[in-house]
Design a protein around this ligand. Sequence first.
Ligand SMILES: Nc1ncnc2c1ncn2[C@@H]1O[C@H](COP(=O)(O)OP(=O)(O)O)[C@@H](O)[C@H]1O
Ligand SMILES: Nc1nc2c(ncn2[C@H]2C[C@H](O)[C@@H](COP(=O)(O)O)O2)c(=O)[nH]1
Length: 207
Amino acid sequence: MNQVPFIAVEGPIGAGKTTLATMLAAELNMPVLKEIVEENPFLDKFYQNIDEWSFQLEMFFLCNRYKQLGDTESQLIRQGTPVVSDYHIYKNLIFSERTLKGREREKYRQIYHVLTDDLTKPGVIVYIKASLETLLARIAKRGRSFEQAMDEAYLQQLIEDYESAMASLAVTEPQTTIITVDGDAMDFVAEPQHFAAIVAQVKERIT
Ligand SMILES: Nc1ncnc2c1ncn2[C@@H]1O[C@H](COP(=O)(O)OP(=O)(O)O)[C@@H](O)[C@H]1O
Ligand SMILES: Nc1nc2c(ncn2[C@H]2C[C@H](O)[C@@H](COP(=O)(O)O)O2)c(=O)[nH]1
């Protein structure tokens, strides 16, 4: 892995990425990098009409993440400060391959590679996988209004897309360690020993 630990927590919507990234950062005494969601001007429109708003939304996420990760690289990682992030840049491809079509998908792919190929990538991904039932319960618990009418088929498709993406990353980027957490069975919020088990696996990879 990279000399300076860079850990990303990933998984489908509502899996617990922000929660676990925040807990890991506190436990490991590292800064946490969080996705900015509430100020996103396209998310509510996107959930009302995916075909109409997907290109604007995917480009918005890509540009924001590119800037945030570029700043993180220069201001923290290159200065020797380890980081925990609640996303990996690769999620842009996971979502865009599902939401975009035709020429827009092809253009987006090209822009994605131009912007991100030389970014420093996390050496460890903590991938939280969870069932549709668990994700729906957590999305309801979080209570963001624009997510409440999310199409279950879209979420189920994302669960499968994440599975394929992590399997493919394991092959194309063997230098990246992927730690898979069963988000249905492992309750890192309520069960301290479940959280401790995740921390132990992460520490093993970064020390
Ligand atoms: N292990 C867990 N058990 C119960 N609730 C959880 C757990 N992990 C996260 N949550 C709750 O589920 C909701 C979604 O979690 P969040 O961390 O925002 O997910 P993500 O960042 O993956 O979308 C939040 O309300 C959070 O408090
Ligand atoms: N179409 C996309 N939607 C995305 C992307 N990244 C996040 N999201 C959505 C999913 C949630 O509604 C919200 C916050 O994501 P969490 O996984 O942190 O809950 O934003 C994306 O790249 N494309």
